[in-house]
Each structure stands twice: as C-alpha cells, then as structure tokens.
Design a protein around this ligand. Structure first.
Ligand SMILES: [Zn+2]
Length: 307
C-alpha cells in the first residue's frame, strides 16, 4: 500500500473502488469532446476515455495516523444500501473498503476520529453496516465529526421532504444511526481536530459542492496535505477549474473553492488528496498556461512511500 509521509504523520489511501469508469455526463454537463482531446497529452485513456466518452473515477477515503490516533477522512459508499436513485451504490457488496483498512493495519474499532468532508451518500456509506436488519455504526469507538450547518441542512430536508430526498436515503441510514449511539460533534467549518507536537489536522471551509463542504488539512513539520472531498472530482478539472460539476449545490461558489484550493496547492506545494481521482491518490500541482497540471503523483499501485 502506498503511504504518504508528512514529517511525523502518515496517510494511507483507503480505496473502496480504485477504478470505476463513469460516463462523462455522470460528472459534467459542459465537458466536450474537444476538451477531452486537449488533455490527452497528459491524461491517459483510463483517466480520459474519449472513445467511450468515459472518465476514470474512484471511491476512496484516507487514513491519517497522527500522534497515536487513527483519523479516517470520509467513508465512501458502504455495503447493502438501498439506493434506487443512486444506481452506482445500490446494494453494493464489496470487500474493498474494509480490506484496504486492514492492509493499512487498522481495524474499524481502532478508528479514533471520523470526519466527513460533506454528507453526500458516497462519503458517509461506511459509517454504518447492516446487522440483523439494523444499521449499526462501523467505527463504534470513534468521535464522528460533521459540519453542523451541513448536518442541519440535510436533517431538515429529511424532515420536510422524506428520507430519499436527503442524499438518496444516506442521511437516515448512514448518518443518523451514528448520532444515536456514538460520540459525535457538530462543528464549525474551521475546527482544529488534532493539535499535537507531531502535527495538526484541521477543517478548511470549501463550500459550494455542498452547502458547508469542508476540506481537511494535515500538517506536520512544514509539510501539508489536503483531503479535498468533492472540491475536485477529476484531474481534467485542473485544466478547467471553473467548469461546474453536475451536482454542485452552488456552482459559482464551488468553482471559487476549487480555484482557491488549486492555487493554494500550486503555491505552497501541499499534496492534494482527491478521493475520486482514479490512479492518483496523492498529487502535487503546478501551474500551466493559466490553469493547472499534475506535477508529481504517487500511483495507487506503488509499493513504496512517496516524498
Ligand atoms: Zn463524492
């Protein structure tokens, strides 16, 4: 398993599905064949498949080991969720996520903190598992940290419009059971989660894709990595950072958050940890003709640490 080492902190990708080609329209309404063509010199045909109009995609969380704590950022799709309106995760039965966690040397009960970048159904799924017809928390010993504004938004939507309207049912079957039996905190979007001599983990506001989306900044000994959730979905957005993603809650704000994040990574050298970038769990960013490109990448298949 590839490991990113940042000073005294390590980060492992926890892949539920590492390579999952999706049709272009799953992500973008405005991406043209010409746009795809223009990027074939730096993105291969698994990432941009122009013949079949598909884009490489992944579903991946990240495990941060810091100061003796195991911090999980995001929780992918989960198994056995009834999702007639989200076909890609309907009744999934995959060992990928738990196998990946095990390969990183951690059992679900060893997770100390879980933080979700946002509460969409592909970021909260493994918070619960089905046990005798009940949804029970997967990370029973963990503090679960959610944006209070994001939580309240979907809670209200479920109350007024029904469960399916709140992230395809994920708020009810993946988030609420945690709040009923685990430690959880509804927090501001700039909270410091871990502050230790070894390093810090803190939330960074990055709203737009969802109402109070956060990124998670990990810093140690002058180095930084940012788990960006759905601020960026696909590497082709480095070439088109202002292009809206199909399901952005506030497309203009999402574009601003994306531009800010990519500028920050290009300026500071921070690693970008994008859970939906197939093949590239860790990338660094450089500028290129007014937009961005991948500078360095650690591929999912690498055995050795990077950095
Ligand atoms: Zn997502």
């Amino acid at each position: 398993m590839v490991t990113l080492t940042l000073g005294a902190v390590t980060v492992n990708p926890i892949a539920e599905i590492e390579y999952c080609p999706v049709h272009v329209s799953f992500l973008f309404n405005d991406l043209t064949t010409e746009d795809m063509q223009r990027n074939l010199d730096w993105l291969d045909d698994e990432v941009v498949d122009i013949v079949n109009e598909k884009l490489g995609f992944s579903f991946r969380a990240y495990l941060v080991k810091i100061a003796g704590l195991n911090v999980l950022v995001d929780a992918c799709n989960g198994n056995h969720k009834n999702r007639p309106t989200a076909r890609w995760q309907h009744e999934l039965d995959s060992s990928g996520f738990l196998d990946s966690l095990k390969a990183a040397g951690v059992a679900p009960e060893d997770i100390n903190i879980v933080v979700c970048t946002h509460l969409h159904c592909d970021h909260v799924g493994w918070l619960t598992q089905l046990s005798e017809d009940r949804w029970v928390p997967t990370f029973a010993n963990a503090r679960h940290i959610f944006s209070g504004k994001e939580f309240d938004h979907y809670h209200e939507r479920m109350r007024t419009q029904g469960s399916a309207a709140a992230n395809h049912g994920a708020f009810e079957d993946s988030v609420l059971p945690v709040t009923e039996s685990c430690r959880f905190e509804l927090v501001q979007n700039d909270m410091v989660i871990v502050d230790s001599p070894q390093g810090t983990v803190r939330l960074v506001p990055s709203a737009g894709h969802s109402i109070d989306h956060v990124s998670v900044s990990i810093q140690s000994q002058g180095q930084e990595a940012i788990v960006c959730g759905d601020v960026v979905h696909h590497p082709i957005q480095l070439d088109m950072p202002l292009m809206p993603m199909r399901s952005d809650f506030d497309p203009a704000l999402a574009a601003q958050s994306r531009q800010d994040l990519l500028n920050h990574c290009a300026d500071s050298g921070a690693w970008l940890l994008a859970g939906h970038f197939c093949k590239y769990p860790f990338v660094s960013i450089r500028r290129h003709n007014g937009v961005f490109r991948i500078k360095n990448a650690a591929s999912a298949g690498e055995k050795n640490g990077v950095d």
